[in-house]
Ligand binder design. Structure first.
Ligand code: 3PG
Ligand code: MG
Length: 397
């Protein structure tokens, strides 16, 4: 792997695979969270500053049948241009002759954004011939798309093979891997993992892997109720994955034999329907009345979780504690975000897994109070499941 910092970009065109899969505001048609674009700026600026030009390559959403306006990266060109601080050329197809003409004529300091690479089915199929075409856009390949590193797609894996002596991880990719490794392999103890979100099935693999490395696992969000069910509790109309009840029992038993403490939310904010203006009250999580559902962790749970977090030296957080998008059910996630921030202030290292948890710390304006907020959702999750990320592996091969 060529090291990004030592590579001579002067006079070279760099294909930079980025993850510009950013959320859009449906009413304004504007980028609603530009974190992923900002995160790629150091890599882009480094290349431009060193006399190179940049060909940006990204996916955007999950188009299934070729080009579609709602999945066009043309929608974000202005934002990308504004953030880089220079005009960005746009090619309306990533392998058309026009696209190659623009990339071949790029001058040092210039930037081209190619249209959504997923408009070609060959991308997700990991097609080598397609990757070979993409390779014509540049002299070297930089992968800065950590958020897509768990996908074995043409632009994240096969493309690298066309640059045996000029493929490298960008600065964001390196930072993501370094921070994730710090938690996975070098965690100072006590190490506490917070796992939340709606479904146990999404988090089984990460919890199983965390049992090998964490001292404490805090479980919150909708997934907690399947655990209460497994312990014989009454969970009313709360989320429950019946086919995962046995998995929860096994996790609890394994945690006991492995000396890992699992912390479940002892109480909950329960609601009489799934709505922002539902009637609410506090109940014990294992004693929820029929027709009531737990939509957030309760005050006693917050207090216990906070104490565990303030005692921790390493914290990994993936998944919210409740339906934090609704003000009535945001308090649990908000309080945990504050506890993580306070622990960080006291010297703990905190890594926030992307997706919902990253959105939560952002919503509560705590992004700067934690050690690192990942741009990866699924990618970070798979990393902590112990899997090898194909996008990372392709750079090393
Ligand atoms: C993400 O948003 O998690 C990444 O951009 C990957 O997107 P995907 O899940 O559609 O592959
Ligand atoms: Mg996704």
């Amino acid at each position: 792997m060529s090291a990004f910092n030592n590579y001579a970009f002067a006079g070279k065109r760099a294909i930079v695979r980025v993850d510009f899969n950013v959320p859009m505001d449906k009413t304004t048609g504007l980028v609603s969270d530009d974190k992923r674009i900002r995160a790629a700026l150091p890599t882009i600026q480094h290349i431009l500053k060193n006399g190179g030009s940049v060909v940006l390559l990204s996916h955007f959403g999950r188009p299934k049948n070729g080009p579609e306006a709602i999945f066009s990266l043309a929608q974000i060109t202005a934002k990308v241009s504004e953030l880089i601080g220079t005009k960005v050329h746009f090619a309306s197809d990533c392998i058309s002759s026009e696209a190659f003409e623009i990339s071949q004529n790029l001058q040092p300091g210039e930037v081209l954004l190619l249209e959504n690479v997923r408009f070609y089915a060959e991308e997700t199929a990991g097609d080598t011939a397609f990757a070979k075409k993409l390779a014509q856009h540049g002299d070297c390949y930089v992968n800065d798309a950590f958020g897509a590193a768990h996908r074995a797609h043409a632009s994240t894996t096969q493309l690298a093979s066309f640059f045996p002596n000029a493929k490298m991880a960008g600065l964001l990719m390196n930072a993501e891997i370094e921070n994730a490794k710090k938690v996975l392999h070098k965690a100072e103890r006590p190490f506490t993992a917070i796992v939340g979100g709606a479904k146990v099935s999404d988090k089984v693999l990460i919890v199983e892997n965390l049992l090998q490395i964490a001292n404490h696992i805090i479980i919150g969000g909708g997934m907690a109720y399947t655990f209460f069910k497994a312990m014989g509790g009454q969970i009313g109309a709360s989320l429950c994955e019946a086919e995962r009840v046995d998995t929860c029992k096994e996790i609890l038993a394994r945690a006991k034999t492995m000396g890992v403490q699992i912390h479940l939310p002892i109480d909950a904010v329960v609601a009489d329907c799934f709505a922002a203006d539902a009637n609410t009250k506090i109940a014990n999580s294992g004693e929820i009345e029929a027709n009531w559902m737990g939509l957030d962790i309760g005050p006693k749970a917050i207090e216990t979780f906070r104490a565990v977090l303030l005692d921790s030296k390493t914290i990994l957080w993936n998944g919210p504690m409740g339906v934090f998008e609704m003000p009535a059910f945001e308090n649990g996630t908000k309080s945990i975000a504050h506890a993580v921030a306070d622990a960080t202030k006291n010297g703990a290292f905190s890594l926030i897994g992307g997706g919902d948890s990253a959105a939560a710390v952002q919503q509560f304006e705590l992004s700067k109070e934690v050690s690192y907020v990942s741009t990866g959702g699924g990618a970070l999750l798979e990393y902590f499941e112990g899997k090898t990320l194909p996008g990372v592996e392709a750079l090393e091969a």
